[in-house]
Design a protein around this ligand. Structure first.
Ligand SMILES: [Zn+2]
Length: 320
């Protein structure tokens, strides 16, 4: 039997050892090369596009010869105003892409010896960069599976039986429960969304799945509406999980990863950030057969192409 990809040497092309051994200058060059790919890492003015710059090496800044604008390699990107060394940023990216079910922020802060808050915001910025590849704006094609799974809003039962409430009733719930609705191509991308009820998935499918696709869904009655626009395979999970190729196992596998990530690493998730974890998980799912060196490169280059984060810039400084 063939060796599993993740056990092969080909899956390991980057290590923390090599990052720290190469040092800060090499890490800095990596960021330059990823930001300015077309000039091979030579600075390009973000304001006027001029390639002639003065190099202020001591501060790692550039000054445009045409418009005198001063900028650095991270100006205008998701890493703008970073304080961490480039080598630590690269190490953080390495740790995050290596963790196939995500990594807890306390653990990351210990690995990097930085504050919990720093790790939290850094990881969320990286998720934002990953999401660019997940939400590309292109419709899904081919055979697309759809399903939903509920996350969050756990109600802890009271100690004494006589104090316990019926947790199924709406008046006893916290209002923090959300559903992740995911659509996944059998051969390709995973596209997750966060909503209040699984039925919203029909409208999401109409927007994001090509009319020529075949869809797969389980027996839940709200998916009946999908038959109006698509050819749909249904599988009744109370009777069978996979019926001659009719199944939703690919999308279930995405939910399994997301559930493991949230239960095993993050332990809880606010409804406000659930979409970020869902995007992270989708990105890991779609890149599961890619070596870790390439994954780190993808994340660096996406981060360099992502604008300053509106949600995460100055996150802890802003008023609550
Ligand atoms: Zn300029």
């Amino acid at each position: 039997m063939a060796q599993h990809f993740l056990l092969s040497a080909a899956s390991r092309t980057l290590s923390l050892r090599s990052i720290y051994k190469s040092g800060e200058d090499a890490a800095y060059r990596t960021f330059c090369e990823m930001r300015w790919t077309e000039t091979g890492g030579e600075a390009v003015c973000p304001r006027c596009g001029c390639t002639e710059t003065y190099n202020i090496t001591t501060r790692r800044k550039f000054k445009c010869k045409a418009c005198y604008h001063q900028f650095s390699v991270t100006s205008g990107t998701i890493f703008a105003s970073r304080k961490m060394d480039f080598v630590d940023l690269l190490a953080a990216i390495c740790i995050i892409v290596n963790a196939s079910k995500g990594v807890s922020m306390v653990q990351l802060s210990r690995d990097l010896d930085c504050q919990y808050k720093t790790a939290f915001v850094l990881a969320h910025k990286l998720r934002e960069a990953m999401a660019q590849e997940v939400h590309t704006g292109e419709v899904l094609d081919g055979h697309v599976e759809i399903d939903g799974a509920y996350f969050g809003g756990h109600i802890r039962p009271e100690n004494r039986k006589e104090d316990r409430k019926d947790r199924r009733l709406k008046e006893h719930q916290t209002g923090k429960r959300r559903v992740v609705i995911a659509m996944r191509e059998r051969e390709g991308r995973t596209l997750p969304f966060v909503g209040m009820s699984e039925g919203e998935g029909v409208a999401l499918a109409n927007e994001n799945v090509s009319r020529l696709s075949t869809m797969s869904a389980d027996e839940a009655s709200h998916w009946d509406e999908l038959h109006i626009g698509y050819h749909v395979d249904r599988v009744n999970h109370s009777e069978i999980y996979s019926d001659h190729g009719k199944h939703t196992n690919m999308v279930e596998s995405f939910f399994s990863r997301l559930r493991n990530m949230i239960q095993g690493q993050h332990h809880g998730v606010s409804p406000h950030y659930l979409h970020q974890y869902a995007n992270h998980s989708a990105w890991l799912e779609d890149n599961r057969r890619t070596d870790n060196g390439t994954l780190a490169q993808i994340v660096v280059s996406n981060s360099m192409a992502s604008p300053v984060s509106r949600q995460w810039k100055g996150y802890w400084q802003r008023a609550a």
